[in-house]
Write a protein that binds this ligand. Structure first.
Ligand SMILES: [Zn+2]
Length: 197
C-alpha cells in the first residue's frame, strides 16, 4: 500500500461525523469554537500547531478539558513538499513533545498542513501515526466563496462517516463565525452525532 494508515473518512455506521479544527489554539477563535460545540454537546478533533500550544498553553488545556481529541499538525505548520524528510519528522516530533509536555497527551493522529506530504515522509510517519486526511472541506479559508455557499456545500455533502475540516485561526475566523453555528445546528436537527477519529 502506498499510503499505509492514511484515513480519508470515518466509520459509516450510524449518523456520525467527525469535525476537525486545524491550526489552533488561537485566543478569540478556539475558545469561541469550544463554546459553540459545548452549546450543542458536540465534540471535535483539534489538530494543533506546536508553536501555538507553546504560546497559548491554557487554551490548549481548555480544549483537552472539554473532552475533545487532539492531533499533531507539526510545530511550525510546515509544508511537507518544501522541507526535507528529516526536518519534517523533527518538526512533527517537536509538536509531539510540546503536546506531551504541556498537556500530558500522546496522540496517534497526524494531519499534514495543506494536505501536502511527500510519499517518503508519509511512509516514515505512518510507522508511528495515523495520517488523518478528510472527506469534506468547509471552505472556511476560501474568501472567494460566499459563506452561504460554503454552508450549503457542507450541508449537502455531509453524510455518515464524513470527516470535515475547519480552521480555528485568524485568517478564517470571520468566515467561521458565519458558517459554524448554522452548520452545527444543521447537524443537530438532522440527528447527526459526532465521533472521534
Ligand atoms: Zn493547517
Amino acid at each position: 500500500m502506498l499510503y499505509p494508515k492514511r484515513i480519508w473518512k470515518g466509520t459509516g455506521l450510524g449518523q456520525k461525523v467527525t469535525l476537525t479544527f486545524d491550526d489552533g489554539p488561537i485566543p478569540g477563535v478556539t475558545d469561541w469554537v469550544l463554546e459553540e460545540l459545548a452549546k450543542r454537546a458536540l465534540t471535535a478533533t483539534f489538530f494543533m500547531v506546536g508553536d501555538n500550544v507553546r504560546k497559548h498553553p491554557s487554551l490548549a488545556q481548555e480544549v483537552l478539558a472539554a473532552g475533545h481529541q487532539l492531533g499533531n499538525h507539526t510545530y511550525h505548520h510546515l509544508s511537507g513538499w518544501k522541507v526535507s524528510t528529516k526536518t519534517y519528522l523533527e518538526d512533527v516530533a517537536a509538536c509531539d513533545f510540546i503536546l506531551e509536555d504541556t498537556l500530558g497527551v500522546q496522540t496517534d493522529f497526524f494531519r499534514p498542513p495543506y494536505g501536502w506530504i511527500s510519499p517518503r515522509q508519509a511512509q516514515a510517519l505512518s510507522k508511528q501515526k495515523t495520517i488523518a486526511m478528510w472527506s469534506l472541506l468547509s471552505y472556511d479559508f476560501d474568501s472567494s466563496l460566499a459563506t452561504e455557499a460554503s454552508l450549503q456545500k457542507c450541508k449537502a455533502q455531509t453524510k455518515p462517516g464524513t470527516i470535515l475540516v475547519f480552521h480555528d485561526q485568524e485568517k478564517t475566523k470571520d468566515r467561521l463565525r458565519k458558517i459554524l453555528p448554522c452548520y452545527l445546528d444543521f447537524l443537530v436537527s438532522e440527528g447527526f452525532e459526532t465521533q472521534g477519529l
